[in-house]
Design a protein. Structure first.
Length: 296
DNA sequence: AATGGAGGCAACCGCATAGTT
DNA sequence: GAACTATGCGGTTGCCTCCAT
């Protein structure tokens, strides 16, 4: 399959961006919006590859980028998410509003990965290998085999789930969402970026979905609907994006337990089809004795 | 003050995948 | 269904800054 290069490299600027280039790119995107990256440089008058423009915008110029130190809460969240997701930086970043995948990746490589390795005691070395790049790699490979408890990283694809099941049969009683998820998330969306950050900052990418996709079904993000969401048979198909459903809890409510996170994953079937994880096995996993060992 | 090493970060590269023709 | 395009993602690289000597 012939793939044309993303852009001709002749006559293009490379390396660090200048303030002028930043200005041009920002102005162009403000005027015309994101997308059409391939044509953007030509139209904007930039001597850059479209890819480069996209990266610069996403990682640096976007107005909703949060710059500065990673807080302790964020750090803890990154660690937890990395446990679950492995090196799925974009997914992790999607849970950390204002942070980019590149930033998180760099932060992990420079700080957290080392911490994790340093903390690895001899007896826990085996478990902590999930922090090790080589240990993670096979699991993050979408062709990887069944996940094992040893690695404890859910192999997922950052692909879209375009359809999910809603049960029409027996609408469950309106049980409140888990405490850690509740009030802040629903009452004050901007304060609960993990749940609703797409609405709070529509430009923020959420996983792999198009920005518009985030806007359409905000109700779906509301955990008031949490219980309508069942992977049961005989359900109704609705359009949805998987990544939204990865929203795993209040951003500042790190009290959210790992098993809640995991259940969220399981319930929302955001696992790769190739993964052989099903709800039964996940339930088994949650019941297993090994699961609590994952927690810190 | 000079210098060499380490760490951090921005940017690039190649591949994967969804969408389009 | 094949070929191709556009975009996104993760790994890697290289430059810059900081710090110890």
């Amino acid at each position: 399959m012939g793939r044309s290069p993303c852009c001709s490299k002749e006559g293009l600027n490379r390396g660090a961006w200048t303030a002028l280039e930043d200005k041009i790119l920002t102005a162009y995107i403000k005027a015309h919006g994101e997308g059409k990256w391939r044509n953007l440089p030509k139209r904007a008058g930039l001597k850059r590859c479209g890819k480069s423009c996209r990266l610069r915008w996403l990682n640096y110029l976007r107005p909703d980028i949060k710059r500065g130190n990673i807080s302790n809460d964020e750090e803890e969240l990154i660690v937890r998410l990395h446990k679950l997701l492995g090196n799925r930086w974009s997914l992790i970043a999607g849970r950390l509003p204002g942070r980019t995948d590149n930033e998180i990746k760099n932060y992990w490589n420079t700080t957290l990965g080392k911490k994790a390795n340093a903390q690895a005691s001899p007896q826990s070395k085996q478990n902590s290998q999930s922090f090790n790049k080589r240990a993670i790699e096979p699991m993050t490979n979408t062709q990887s085999s069944k996940p094992t408890l040893a690695t404890q990283v859910i192999p997922t694809k950052a692909t879209r789930c375009t359809k999910v099941f809603l049960s029409l049969q027996s609408p469950p009683p309106p049980t409140p969402p888990p405490k850690a998820l509740s009030s802040a998330a629903i009452d004050d969306p901007p304060q609960a970026p993990l749940l609703n950050h797409q609405q709070a900052s529509p430009n923020l990418h959420c996983g792999t979905e198009e920005p518009q996709a985030c806007d359409d079904d905000s109700d779906f993000l509301n955990f008031g609907h949490w219980n309508e969401f069942q992977p049961s048979d005989g359900g109704t198909l609705i359009d949805n994006d998987c990544d939204k459903n990865l929203s795993i809890g209040s951003y500042h409510s790190l009290a959210l337990s790992d098993d809640l996170m995991f259940k969220d994953w399981a319930l929302n079937r955001c696992l790769d089809d190739n993964s052989t994880l099903d709800l039964e096995s996940l339930a088994h996993l949650l019941d297993s004795e090994e699961w609590p060992e994952m927690r810190h």
